[in-house]
Write a protein that binds this ligand. Structure first.
Ligand SMILES: Cc1cc2nc3c(=O)[nH]c(=O)nc-3n(C[C@H](O)[C@H](O)[C@H](O)COP(=O)(O)OP(=O)(O)OC[C@H]3O[C@@H](n4cnc5c(N)ncnc54)[C@H](O)[C@@H]3O)c2cc1C
Length: 453
């Protein structure tokens, strides 16, 4: 207890919430409903100087920190026992460079903050499709989402970072640190802001198709066959959800990011010719902020349990037959979902020149599959988690899945970090030893020194 009092004394002027405070339960609330961790304190810095003050106070008092922004780490690791949570949500500025080629984004900004600020200037950058997810947490671990076929994954758009390091200094990340940040987030320090590429785009066209589940296989096979010929401006996301009436719904989310709308319509007509949609929302011009807000509203505000994931270079007949078998057994909880993130082989993130130096190990077209075993109804948790884990294992048993997985969707204990990062692991460990020798950030995702996912 003595050290938290000394920490508090050193944090004069920094908003700080102790477990005894009536504000604590709300400040501690995150997306993962099962997380019972009770941090020693939650600090809410408003400036980079306050972040420095917190880091110095933590280091002097031997207290480890975790970092929280949007609160959507699925296992809930942004808050932990016996540590101080640095809640970055008060640092959420978005500034656009005078040449309009880049933007600087505060360490606690959400996808929605970024979308709104950029669209006011006729600009976009790749973003996650859920408004309330933190931009730094989304982009630095990889960042699958909008425009990834056109402009690349989130991590391939990171140009620079301002960090408060383990010494409490404000530094601009050098190439070695940027390499770690692009894939391994805040393992080396608190990211006060990221500088990212932005692109001129005033019109976003978005829509969705609802298809019969029996069309899942032919639809995905056609996507695979046309992977090289679809225009990169067409982003396709697919998912199978449970509807409230107990039926399943195969949903195809479409996003078109080029002024040449006719080309987009043609590509979508082709998709519709593979399998006629039961419902076609038609492509509509919309603001990205409205789209990601609408998607957010379809997602439960809290869940219990974990997701599983595999990444796979190609979805073929054998794999899709396996999917059909597991869809037959899909539990009915509304949060239990199969979601596929298709990174096209023509994306900049799959090509030489578009992939920046990073610790993210997969640098070619692939599909990142989320077996969402989380639930809204707590009592459904064992059934949904077992379905997701069995599904994941069956994929691996085909020998066609990559051994590297997407950290943000990997359930705790499923993979070691060495497996997650593959060939990037040794270099990442070296950077960690160099920049955080005393382990101040050891609890921050990814927990490199423990090696645990
Ligand atoms: C509903 C939902 C939808 C999702 N959709 C997608 C998606 O479409 N595509 C995709 O790729 N992923 C997606 N994810 C995964 C999500 O991107 C990651 O879980 C992400 O890390 C969450 O970031 P956050 O800031 O919201 O979470 P937090 O729990 O607040 O942060 C997660 C971790 O990010 C690091 N971090 C955050 N901010 C900073 C900072 N300023 N400095 C240093 N480190 C920091 C810390 O290690 C922290 O523990 C989704 C997750 C959920 C729950």
């Amino acid at each position: 207890m003595a050290n938290i009092q000394a920490f508090k004394n050193a944090c004069i002027g920094v908003p700080l919430i102790l477990p005894s405070s009536s504000e604590y339960p709300a400040a501690r609330k995150i997306y993962q409903g099962e997380c019972n961790a009770v941090p020693l304190a939650i600090v809410q810095p408003e400036t980079r100087a306050q972040v420095q003050q917190i880091i110095c106070a933590a280091a002097q008092n031997g207290i480890k920190v975790t970092i929280r922004s949007g609160g959507h780490n699925i296992p809930g690791l942004c808050i932990q026992d016996n540590s101080v949570t640095i809640d970055m949500r008060r640092i959420r500025h978005v500034g656009i460079a005078p040449d309009k080629n880049s933007a600087t984004i505060g360490g606690g900004a959400t996808n929605l903050d970024v979308a709104r600020a950029l669209e006011a200037e006729g600009l976009v950058t790749p973003l996650g499709l859920v408004a309330t997810v933190g931009f730094i947490g989304w982009s630095t671990f990889g960042g699958y989402g909008s425009f990834m076929n056109h402009f690349g994954l989130g991590k391939d758009n990171i140009l620079g970072a301002e960090i408060v390091n383990a010494e409490g200094e404000v530094i601009q990340a050098d190439n070695e640190m940027l390499r770690a940040i692009r894939g391994a987030g805040g393992a080396l320090g608190v990211i006060v802001s990221l500088r990212v590429k932005v692109y001129p785009l005033t019109k976003v066209l978005a829509g969705s198709l609802l298809l019969d589940v029996c069309n899942f296989k032919p639809f995905i096979l056609a996507m695979e066959e046309n992977a090289f010929s679809f225009p990169p401006a067409l982003q396709i996301g697919t998912a199978i959800f449970n509807l409230p009436n107990g039926k399943r719904n195969f949903r195809v989310e479409l996003l078109w990011s080029s002024p040449n709308v006719e080309e987009g319509r043609k590509a979508i007509e082709y998709l519709k010719s593979i399998a006629p949609p039961v419902i076609d929302s038609h492509l509509q011009e919309t603001a990205l902020s409205s789209l990601i807000t609408a998607i957010d509203e379809m997602i439960p505000p809290n869940i219990y349990g974990h997701n599983e994931t595999v990444s796979i270079p190609r979805l073929d007949n054998e794999i899709l037959d396996l999917v059909n078998d597991f869809l037959d057994q899909m539990p009915k909880d509304p949060a239990t979902v199969l979601a596929l993130h298709h990174l096209s082989p023509v994306s900049p993130s799959s090509r030489d020149g578009g992939v920046l130096n990073s610790s993210f190990p997969i640098r070619f077209g692939h599909t990142m599959i989320e077996f969402i075993g989380s639930v809204v109804h707590r009592e459904d948790r064992p059934t949904s988690e077992k379905w997701a884990a069995d599904f994941r294992d069956a994929f691996r048993a085909t020998g066609k899945a990559l051994s590297e997985t997407y950290l943000s969707m990997t359930s705790p204990g499923d993979r070691t970090l060495q497996q997650v990062y593959g060939e990037e692991w040794e270099e990442l460990k070296r950077s960690k030893e160099k920049h955080d020798p005393n382990g101040l950030f050891d609890l921050v995702v990814p927990r490199i020194r423990s090696g645990l996912s």
